[in-house]
Each structure stands twice: as C-alpha cells, then as structure tokens.
Design a protein around this ligand. Structure first.
Ligand code: GLN
Length: 484
C-alpha cells in the first residue's frame, strides 16, 4: 500500500481489487508499527475508520460510491472532528472533544473518505518545523534527524512515510507548501475563499486556507474537488463553481507564460534548490512554456508584514481560550484574573505566547497606526505586485523554501531564522492567491520543492501545469529510503 497514490487506490477500489476495509486495516497496521519513528499522528481513530470503511464498501455494493469512496486519509488536527479529540497540538485543547465537524471533514466524509486519524502540527499552526507541538516534534521520513517542515508537518510526514495516501493541511503563510517541499510531496494552498474555513481552528482568519497534501498533482486535483465549494457557514467562502480539476489535467502547455521573479533567487537561497528549480523550468520550456523574467518588488516586505498581521489576528482569535468554556483550566484559581492568567500561561507554549504578545502590541492604541495599519498598506502593495505580474504571465514559479529539511533543534531558538523559512510562500497568503509546491529534485538525499503561483481561482491551471511536469519527471515518485 505505501507506494500507492490516491488515483491508484481509487482505481483499485472501483475495480474491486481490494476493499476499503482491507486497505484501511493495512494503513492502520502500518501506523501502529511505524509511526513511532515519525510521531506524525496525534490521534488514530481505528474503530471509526473501520466503520467508515465498511460503510463505504456497502455504499459501493449498492451503487452509491462517492468520488473518494473508501479512500483512507488523515486530517490535520486543526480540523474539528465530531466526537474526536481536536487538539491543535496544544495543551490548551488536549482534552477538547469537538462537538461538530469542520466542513472540509464533512465534505470529504460525504464523498466516502475514511479518516485514519488526526495528524501532528505546530501548536495552533504556528511554526515551520513542527517542533512546537505539545505532543512532541515530528521527524522527516527522508532523514529522521531532520524536521518535516511545518506547520502541517504531521500530514506531510504521514504521507511521505506511506502511512496515509493523502492528508489535509492548512496554510496561513506556507504551512502546506513548505512541509510538502521538505517531504517530497505535492501540496496545494487554494485561493482564499475556495475552501470553507468552518470548523478549522482559526490562526489568522484573513490568511488561513485548507488544502490537500498528496504525492501527485493528480491526487491533489481529486481531493480538492471534494474539499472546495461554497459554504454558508463561512462568510469568507466564495460562491464560485468548482470545476472538475481532474478532467482538466491534460492541458497542453504550449504558449503558457511562466514568470520567474528575480527576488525569489535571492542570497539566502540554497544553490542546489535553485539549480533544481532551474532544471524544472527547462522541462517547462521543453513542454512549450515560455519562461519570462519578472519582478515582484515588494517581496522583501512580505515576512515583516505577515509577522504583524498574522500575530494581530492570532491574538484576537486566541482570546477565546480562557479556561471558562472549554479546553484547559488551571487548578484552584483564586479569582477570575488568576483563572485567565494561569490558564493561558500554563496552556499555551512559548511560540504561541510570543505571537499573542506581538499581536496585542501591534493592535494597541498607540501602535496600531505604526504597525497594523502600515502592514495592511504593505499588504496591498504586495497584492498589486502580483496583479501587475499576472498581466504579463499565467503562472509564477520559484523555489518553495530557501533550503531543504534542516536539523531538529537547529532553528528552534532563533525565531527570525525560522520565520525566513516562509520567505517565498508568505506573500501568496497576503495576496490570497492559489499556489502549490511539488518535488523537483533531491539534494543530499533530501527533497527540493518548486512553487507555482496562480491567479485567483486558477487552481485548475496550477494543477494541470504540475501534472504535465509530473508526466515527464519522476521526482514525485521517489520515496524516502526506508519507506519504499
Ligand atoms: N510558518 C508560518 C508561521 O509560523 C506559517 C504557518 C502556517 O502557514 N500555518 O506562522
């Protein structure tokens, strides 16, 4: 099973080569035997998975198979799942059993997907290495001394290790794309508003977006179809028809214009990653695409801009964790102030507290204009850069992350270096655009990722461009050495 893609599994299930119950059991066994190496799951929902699998098999027998019927998947533990612990990798929610399911979870279940469990992440999705989880760090299947990236590091490691054929992730500043890059996967952050955020624990509401993580662009196309679409429960979710992404994969790339921003090949970029991206661009030339040099002049402002806006939004979103209604509560509070203070002091980890402090500061009366308002103005300039570029080109390409997977512990005590992990991904969230990462090489045995950015709601073209590249390359088929 570990080497199967989503497309393989759906074909096999449809042909009756195996049942959902059989493959679900196999994945559950694998998780039990091998996840000790990676720590990619926070919760494994074996019993529920087998029930869902049997229901999917019965639905198929009745001729009622959904588009993901019987497919085992994993959900990032940021999505509420009814009756199942939803921790967001925080002590604050260690005891939280969600009373309802996120729209993404419901939609995928309605399409017949089987949930294997909930994957590890950085606490409240804040991080780029999956080292801030209350449940411990996740290890990269390509090299267990390295991080898998973050914050969707558990989803990435689970898929890279073959413990799930696909998983959901969320991306506020790069958390689908960067771990996909570091673990050799294909991961898509859709346009803001493409996928409902209902039931997804909020980090920075104007940036958060859910998307698929899998081995191939084809798999992401199959998954996105069932995740996307209007949801009245999320007022930022857009009522735009969901195309058949899978049917649109076979697009001829002749005449496609791909812009390459000079700012994405700056001094901090690992040269082997740069080489791998250039080699992939050569393949695109062979496929008939035209490569155009472009500029995104405000690129260097993206990280500082994000680290005002995201913490500002986080500080307000996280104010709900107060020990009163749900989640962690400190022992023996003396009074209400003590209840709030100690609950939040004991329940949140270091990085989360750092963000709350930065965000509260940026929003405070004396500093709002200097920081928050200024950051919003810069956000508009960044969006304008992309709008200008997309007058000239259809897609934008560059590296996903500035380096391959780094060592566990290497950056954890230096937040600014950690924040620079997202130097190429963050602007996309500020602009609300769709983007994907896909594997384009190996450097010292570690995956290199390339990012493709598209126009609003142009996920179809992004997926097709990635799929065409994957028809002429095999990086997406490489497996971590001990996960073959
Ligand atoms: N690494 C970025 C951060 O720490 C992005 C995280 C994310 O996309 N959830 O905020």
């Amino acid at each position: 099973m570990p080497s199967h893609t989503v497309a393989d599994l759906l074909r096999g299930l449809a042909a009756g080569d195996f049942s959902s119950e059989e493959i679900t059991r196999q994945y559950l066994n694998d998780i039990e035997q091998r996840d000790g190496h990676y720590n990619s799951f926070i919760s494994v929902t074996a019993e529920q998975a087998l029930n869902q699998a049997r229901a999917a098999d019965a639905a198929r027998a009745n001729g009622e198979a959904g588009s993901l019927n019987g497919l085992p998947i994993a959900h990032k533990d940021i999505f509420c799942t009814e009756g199942v612990r939803t921790s967001c990798a925080s002590k604050m929610l260690d005891n939280f059993i969600a009373p309802y399911s996120a729209t993404v979870v419901e939609k995928m279940a309605a399409a017949g997907a089987v949930m294997l469990g909930k994957t590890n992440l950085d606490e409240f999705a804040m991080g780029s290495s999956n080292e801030t989880s209350f449940y411990g760090a996740v290890r990269n299947p390509w090299n267990r001394d390295k991080v898998p990236g973050g914050s969707s590091g558990g989803s990435a490691a689970a898929v890279a290790a073959g413990l799930a054929p696909a998983a959901t992730g969320t991306d506020t500043g790069g958390s689908i794309r960067q771990p996909a890059a570091l673990c050799g996967l294909t991961g898509l952050k859709p346009t803001y508003g493409r996928v409902s955020r209902y039931g997804m624990i909020a980090f920075a509401s104007s940036l958060d977006q859910a998307g698929p993580m899998a081995r191939t662009a084809e798999d992401c196309a199959l998954l996105l179809k069932s995740m996307a679409g209007f949801d009245a429960k999320d007022s930022t979710c857009m009522d735009v028809p969901v195309p058949d992404y899978h049917a649109a994969l076979d697009q001829d790339l002749r005449g496609l214009k791909i812009g390459v921003p000079k700012e994405y090949f700056s001094a901090g970029l690992d040269s082997a990653i740069g080489d791998a991206v250039h080699a992939a661009l050569d393949e695109y030339r062979k496929l008939g695409a035209e490569i155009v040099d472009i500029t995104l002049p405000h690129t260097e402002l993206a990280v500082p801009c994000y680290y005002v806006i995201a913490p500002a939004e986080a500080s307000t979103n996280l104010s709900r964790f107060d020990g009163v209604r749900y989640g962690y509560r400190c022992e023996n509070p003396q009074d209400l102030d003590d209840l709030y203070t100690r609950t939040r002091d004991e329940g949140f980890g270091e990085e989360v507290k750092r963000r709350i402090l930065v965000g509260t500061y940026a929003l405070s009366a004396g500093f709002y204009d200097a920081y928050y308002r200024k950051a919003q103005q810069i956000r508009r300039l960044i969006k304008n850069d992309f709008t200008e570029a997309f007058k000239q080109v259809d897609l934008i390409a560059g590296p996903t992350a500035p380096n391959p997977a780094f060592g566990l512990g290497e950056k954890v005590s230096d937040p600014v270096t950690m924040y620079l992990e997202d130097i190429y991904t963050i602007a996309v969230n500020l602009a609300g655009l769709p983007a994907l990462s896909m594997p384009v090489g190996l450097t010292n045995g570690l995956p290199a990722g390339m990012q493709l950015i598209g126009r609003d709601f142009d996920e179809g073209r992004l997926l097709a461009a990635a799929h065409q590249y994957q028809q002429v390359s095999d990086w997406h088929l490489r497996r971590a050495p001990d996960c073959e």
